[in-house]
Design a protein around this ligand. Structure first.
Ligand code: DNO
Length: 391
């Protein structure tokens, strides 16, 4: 018996321009969604969960994964009412389990969720992709945010180059960088003004990577026993991009990070969301080897590919191109599934804005056609691998 990955798609809820009916046509059977309207930190009630589940079920689909139950900043910094917030989180897990939803994704990135600097970078073929430009982030850090410590962290040569880049920016590009970084991308629950962002940064004074690791460990120490009790599998999403930004610590970026998280709390309920596009930005992250090593803890998979350049920029490439060895990744996943005798939910992560979607307003990265293309290609690789296994 060969296990195929469970095909899922992310849906942002009733206001998503990509409907459940659209998703159903893609061939995906599972939905990945969250109750984005509930303020970060509040408990998700059974009624709200039931309502969302009903909408999904009536469309002929299954609510497979929650992405995400967001972790409040006070939990990450262990300040304010963090104990109450952890209790709310535990209750949310109980309520989800009571409704038969057993896979939960979350992240532990301080302040910002995923970060890009351009959400519609035109590719040579006319489609548009998400792009991360290192100099744009550095220019924001040094000359817009004016973070004092940044001037010590970068080399003099870097500062001079970024200065030149910054002064050559058109007002429109300046605004684009500002908005793109501060407003937050779909799924990041919060956007900031520049001043708000500055004061948020101060809440991390004195919190370095070892301290944030400890906060994550303590969060899991409180959450995982509840997850075990009610049968929920927690999956931590890696940092995107997988390195520090604005002097903030990031602690889920490498194989060593994943190893530490599992070593500190080896319960199978303490799992990973294996996002190839996030881990894949660091060349030393050997993705197939990581899947093989952490296989028993991988309960959710995001498949996409990024392409790095020598300057430290990256863009989101076609799912089967770029730096992620997608066929090798899928082969390792199939082996893990075979060992565990089960399918793991997978979603094609992001996609190019292309064809008719170029005329539509969609959530950046989450237009229908680009993701459909990604899903179809991934499905093809999986089918081909299973065919050669059978022979
Ligand atoms: C971006 C997403 C992230 C992810 C969160 C998980 O497309 O992968 O926003 O949902 O980091 O908590």
């Amino acid at each position: 018996m060969a296990y195929k990955m469970e095909q899922t798609m992310r849906w942002y809820g009733p206001s998503d321009p990509v409907s459940l009916a659209d998703i159903r046509q893609s061939g995906a059977t599972g939905i990945v969604t969250a109750l984005h309207h509930i303020p970060n930190g509040d408990c998700w009630t059974k009624e709200e969960i039931q309502l969302r589940k009903k909408t999904i079920t009536e469309a002929g689909l299954t609510w497979s994964v929650v992405e995400s139950v967001p972790v409040h900043e006070h939990i990450k910094t262990r300040t304010g009412n963090f104990e109450q917030l952890i209790a709310n989180y535990q209750q949310t897990l109980r309520n989800l389990a009571a409704e038969g939803i057993f896979t939960v994704c979350y992240n532990f990135m301080p302040i910002l969720d995923w970060t890009r600097t351009d959400l519609s970078k035109e590719l040579p073929n006319g489609a548009k992709a998400l792009f991360y430009e290192k100099k744009a982030v550095q220019a924001f850090d040094l000359f817009i945010l004016k973070r004092p410590a940044a001037f010590e962290e970068y080399s003099q040569e870097e500062i001079a180059q970024v200065k030149e880049y910054f002064h050559a920016l058109s007002p429109a590009k300046h605004q684009l960088i500002l908005d793109t970084i501060l407003k937050g991308l779909p799924g990041s629950e919060i956007g900031y003004t520049l001043d708000e962002f500055r004061s948020m940064l101060q809440t991390y004074d004195g919190i370095d990577a070892p301290k944030l690791q400890e906060h994550l460990r303590l969060f899991l120490e409180a959450i995982i026993p509840v997850a075990e009790e009610v049968g929920v599998y927690m999956t931590i999403h890696p940092d995107d991009p997988p390195f520090s930004l604005y002097g903030l610590p990031r602690v889920v970026s490498t194989a060593a990070d994943a190893r530490r998280i599992i070593r500190d709390n080896p319960s199978p309920h303490n799992g990973l969301c294996f996002c190839t596009g996030s881990y894949g930005v660091r060349p030393e992250n050997d993705l197939p080897a990581m899947i093989s090593e952490f296989g028993n803890h991988i309960h959710f998979i995001h498949l996409r590919s990024t392409k790095r350049d020598a300057e430290g920029n990256f863009f989101e490439d076609n799912h089967l191109e770029g730096d992620v060895p997608m066929a090798a990744v899928i082969e390792e996943i199939l082996k893990v599934q075979e060992n565990r005798k089960k399918s793991i939910p997978m979603r094609p992560d992001h996609g190019h804005q292309m064809l008719d979607d170029l005329k539509k307003q969609t959530n950046p990265g989450y237009s229908a056609i680009g993701r459909l293309k990604g899903l179809a290609e991934i499905r093809g690789v999986e089918e081909g691998l299973l065919y050669t296994w059978k022979k």
